[in-house]
Design a protein around this ligand. Sequence first.
Ligand code: FDA
Ligand code: NAD
Length: 431
Amino acid sequence: MAEKSFKYVIVGGGVAAGYAAREFAKQGVKPGELAIISKEAVAPYERPALSKAYLFPEGKLPGFHVCVGSGGERLLPEWYAEKGISLILSTEIVKADLASKTLVSSAGESFKYQTLLIATGSTVLKLSDFGVKGADSKNIFYLREIDDADQLVEALKAKKNGKAVIVGGGYIGLELSAVLRLNNIEVNMVYPEPWCMPRLFTESIAAFYEGYYKNKGVNIIKGTVAVGFDTHPNGEVKAVKLKDGRVLEADIVVVGVGAIPLTSLFEGQVETDIRGIKTNAFFKTSAPDVYAVGDVATFPMKMYNDVRRVEHVDHSRKSAEQAVKAIYANEQGKSIDEYDYLPYFYSRAFDLSWQFYGDNKGETVLFGDTDPNSATHKFGQYWIKDGKIVGAFLESGTPEENKALAKVAKVQPAATLDQLAQEGIGFASKI
Ligand code: FDA
Ligand code: NAD
């Protein structure tokens, strides 16, 4: 089979790949120089949509493709064609040889590159990884790619007004429970921890969301896990068996028990850390001419003087842009500033919308209206370490307040717990 050769290859066609392509175009990439190789069948899109508007009962998002998620131009396949960027879709790379700068697809095609950008993202952890049997029954879903979302949409149509069990109390668990309720599905949500989203939420923050979800008809079952499934003769899931002995009827199961970065193609060929590919502040890896961005990159977090891996969309966009700028600067013998990232995470579900900036470390102070029954439900929390604000969370903030939130987490002003409890978001707005 003929070998194709490009100056630049991006392996992976998700969020980071799309934002990298836009930056390549800004830097003046020439027709024929850049290829994106993706196992998905569609041009790069804003993955967060898959657990939100893509599953709304009234239909799909009109925006969808990058870079609409950050208010940018929507890059359709025609855009890539106009720029002479090869979008090589439905093509999975199964072998990477960084020494000979060659990638090989599952169909046996070879691709040569001079510079490689690894943007393979993450894949889902499966219940079978935890030894759960029967997790391959029909209508048990994971959600990572557009094909997964399309299959879930079909099941929602087939099981109208049916019953679902959501396994996992993290991002997927909370966003999918909400969107399934909007589809008028009866929802039980199961997770092992004492409260939802323990990765970020304190018990007080979680108490609000759990109360709110309960009011919306989501039944939350904590402190236990799914250990098995009952199946109908046609292979469709019938019930979820829990460790505490309970059995929950289910027409649909959605599992969100975490993600793992897709780095195995490069194992033994690049340095790794925190399960990711280790990079410097320009997303350059230990292998010559190889960069890694988005979910797979373990990078220096300048603000906190440590190294981290971030599985959120804002970083996937910004790391991609930084890497492409660094590639061009390197070619021109110039330098650019080191990546100086302020962590930013968000989620939206029902009519709720929160943002978080900074680090969730240290003491906490809650402010505002945390009553899940109230109409305003505007509240927030600060994290304080060594007398300084290091993290800030806000539910239902205005755009100005969210800007203030980002600023306060970046500036890290000194503050006392009492002062913050009294002033709430007003403190951030003064900075
Ligand atoms: P991403 O996963 O976007 O892309 C990786 C691409 O590489 C995929 O197209 C994949 O098919 C391809 N690929 C992998 N291996 C390959 C191979 N061997 N050959 C070819 N192609 C290969 N974050 C946030 O901050 N707010 C939010 O609301 C959400 N919401 C959200 C919803 C859902 C359903 C998910 C799954 C994730 C989110 N996220 C999020 C997280 C965010 O979407 C995620 O951090 C970014 O998509 C990461 O971007 P990457 O480009 O690194 O990976
Ligand atoms: P997560 O890490 O957010 O949550 C995993 C959850 O799984 C844990 O909180 C726990 O409740 C649960 N869990 C762990 N083991 C379990 C078990 N054996 N049985 C039942 N529950 C178990 O992961 P996720 O929600 O699956 O999200 C996957 C990826 O997608 C992550 O990278 C996440 O950052 C990303 N994502 C982000 C957003 C967002 O930023 N708004 C939205 C959706 C997805």
